[in-house]
Ligand binder design. Structure first.
Ligand code: NDP
Length: 449
């Protein structure tokens, strides 16, 4: 980047940091986007004059609220709830809810900001939002989770609606939580409507929604490999996390002929050199989704190694799929991955690679699919769930999967269109510019609102 652009990026970031102090993840997410966009905006003054980027870093609305609830001992508990309504230029706010003790304003603003670009890339009419709470579902009984969800929705319901804001799941919010939240919304509003996505199949959910993010990130990896005349067949794949995204990435990689050798949780990772096949994955699903146990139990059951407190990036692999959380691959880990021959990174999680790690991928010119493109399959199928709810009709598994696959191909094509630099495809730049243009043009058309 030239010095002039670098100065403009620094000036822009100085204002964002001054206005949003201590929101470090938000600064990081904005910086990643601004780096790609400032040179583009300088060449397209209509966006500059209308201060589109300055408007996009300011949420349209931000709701923060108290969530009081009673634990099983009858003790009063207080958590904090949030909903960030970031941008509605191309559709109702859309984005997940995260329940995790680390949740704060900066983390949710980073996620909401990324969501705007991601949703635009899906080609579907969805704006961007994100929300959640510092509530930790781990170790809580089903009744405690239900009481928390009911209290959370008792405030959130007045800010959302099927044409206004449609939340979904994220870390700590799966089928169980979506059920409790939906039930409370229905009771308060006295209407059965598609207010959340990720619903159960019997009550408005879409087939393939649980699978969508992991499947989508795998389809994206395959698309990237295809540009080099290659495929996932026979590839060794390291995956982090063992939640929703990691589970279905494992399933799809295996179906496409790859071998997944790692999974993790916040306690450490397991390394299974023989690969996590369908039977072992069924054990993981039961362990994580029903028993809510730890991944170490996989190592105990199958006699493989467990590396306590470690992340899986030291394992030799062709493809890495970070599917746990933000900033889970640092510079040294990225260097180790590349040195060990890894040449594809497809991000199932949001912002899992630090800026320094991304620089390592770019310098090595490996195939790097950033989260806002590679993990957009989840929200894409959420968009398809909204369509099916509006039609009061359900597509088959094959129909939804085919649409998801096509959307991932389209996202890949958009990244190539905006990110191609000679022989190299900068997917990072491609995703940022490709996601920006549609939202920016809609904002221009709608005037200063
Ligand atoms: P889950 O809650 O189902 O699983 C999260 C997994 O990541 C768990 O294995 C968890 O381990 C691990 N994890 C969470 N926080 C940390 C941490 N601080 N350090 C180490 N491990 C951690 O969440 P999802 O699978 O839904 O989400 C995973 C990622 O994918 C997130 O970045 C999310 O934003 C992103 N994403 C999810 C989408 C979806 O459709 N669900 C869509 C697009 C992106 P433990 O159980 O020990 O906490």
């Amino acid at each position: 980047m030239s010095n002039v652009y670098e100065q403009k990026v620094n000036d822009f970031m100085a204002k964002v940091i001054a206005k949003n102090p201590s929101e470090v993840e938000f600064h990081q997410a904005v910086h990643e986007v601004v780096e790609s966009l400032i040179p583009f905006i300088e060449e397209n003054p209509q966006y500059k004059d209308a201060k589109i980027l300055e408007r996009m870093v300011e949420p349209e609305r931000l709701v923060m609220f108290r969530v009081p609830w009673l634990n099983d001992k009858g003790e009063v508990q207080i958590n904090r709830g949030f909903r960030i309504e970031m941008n509605s230029a191309i559709g109702p706010y859309k984005g997940g809810l995260r329940f995790h003790p680390t949740v704060n304003l900066g983390i949710l603003k980073f996620l909401a900001f990324e969501q705007v670009f991601k949703n635009s890339l899906t080609t579907l009419p969805m704006g961007g939002g994100k929300g959640g709470s510092d509530f930790d579902p781990k170790g809580k009984s089903d009744n405690e989770v239900m009481r928390f969800c009911q209290s959370f929705m008792s405030e959130l319901f007045r800010h959302i609606g099927p044409n206004t804001d449609v939340p979904a799941g994220d870390i700590g919010v799966g089928g169980r939580e979506i059920g409790f939240l939906f039930g409370q919304y229905k009771k308060l509003r006295n209407e059965f409507t598609g207010i959340l996505t990720g619903k159960g199949l019997e009550w408005g959910g879409s087939l393939i929604r649980p699978e969508a993010t992991g499947y989508g990130a795998t389809y994206f990896a395959e698309e990237m490999l295809n540009t080099r005349g290659d495929s996932l067949k026979g590839k060794i794949v390291a995956i982090s996390g063992s939640g929703n995204v990691a589970q279905y990435a494992t399933e799809k990689v295996t179906q496409m002929g790859g071998k997944v050798v790692t999974l993790s949780d916040s306690s450490g990772y397991i390394y299974d050199p023989n690969g996590i096949d369908a039977e072992k994955l069924a054990f993981v699903l039961e362990l994580k989704n029903v028993k809510r146990g730890r991944i170490k139990e996989y190592a105990d059951k199958y006699g493989v190694e467990f590396f306590e407190g470690k992340r899986p990036w030291g394992v030799k692999c062709d493809v890495a799929m970070p599917c746990a959380t933000q900033n889970e691959v640092n510079e040294d880990e990225a260097k180790t991955l590349v040195a060990n021959g890894c040449f594809v990174v497809s991000e199932g999680a949001n912002m899992p690679s630090t800026p320094e790690a991304i620089a390592v991928y770019q310098d090595a010119k490996i195939l790097y699919g950033p989260g806002k493109a590679a993990n957009a399959g989840g929200v894409a199928v959420s968009g398809l769930e909204m369509s099916q709810n509006s039609m009061r009709y359900n597509w088959t598994r094959e129909e939804v999967d085919a649409k998801l696959h096509q959307i991932m191909k389209d996202i890949h094509a958009t990244c190539v269109k905006w990110g191609k630099e000679g022989d190299y495809i900068d997917y990072f730049k491609g995703a940022n510019i490709g996601g920006f243009v549609k939202v920016a043009d809609a904002m221009l058309a709608q005037g200063l609102v």
